[in-house]
Design a protein around this ligand. Structure first.
Ligand code: THU
Length: 139
């Protein structure tokens, strides 16, 4: 399978916003993660009346992918109805640097996806905590 193009990945993230659960903010955020084998796994934000339980689109996509057995990620598209477009929050940056450290990230306004900001995960999370002493990831 080929790696999806940047525009195709952004289009997948926009489609994912259809399934956002965002009754409190009204902001439908979508993410699409491309694996090295060319698969695309999408996610959207899920909000809770207990606000702190809300989960961002990026983490939903990443958790879906990881628990489907995916481990190698090349790119993530993130779309939000905002200008400038959202970039990942600190919690998502931490998980991205742990599990998708080599990915590039494309952020766009879902209403006008022609303006795209491009980052690497590593540049968004410098000096990250990625391991504990005397522990190695076992799976
Ligand atoms: N949100 C995301 O899904 N990803 C981001 O990068 C930033 C914020 C969601 C969380 C919440 O549902 C809404 O956007 C407003 O913060």
């Amino acid at each position: 399978m080929e790696t999806p193009s940047r525009d195709n990945l952004i289009a997948a993230a926009i489609r994912a916003t259809d399934h956002a659960c965002a009754p409190y903010s009204g902001l439908r955020v979508g993410a699409a993660l491309a694996t090295s084998s060319g698969k695309v796994i999408t996610g959207a934000n899920v909000e809770s009346v207990s606000y702190g339980l809300t989960c961002c689109a990026e983490r939903i996509a990443l958790f879906k992918a990881l628990t489907d057995g995916e481990r190698d990620f090349e790119a993530m598209a993130l779309v939000s109805p905002a200008s400038p477009a959202f970039t990942p929050c600190g919690a998502c940056r931490q998980l991205l640097v742990e599990y998708a450290a080599n990915a590039v990230l494309w952020c766009a306004d879902s209403r006008n996806p022609s303006v795209i900001k491009s980052f690497t995960v590593k540049e968004l999370m410098p000096e990250a905590l990625i391991s504990l002493p005397n522990h190695s990831k076992s799976s």
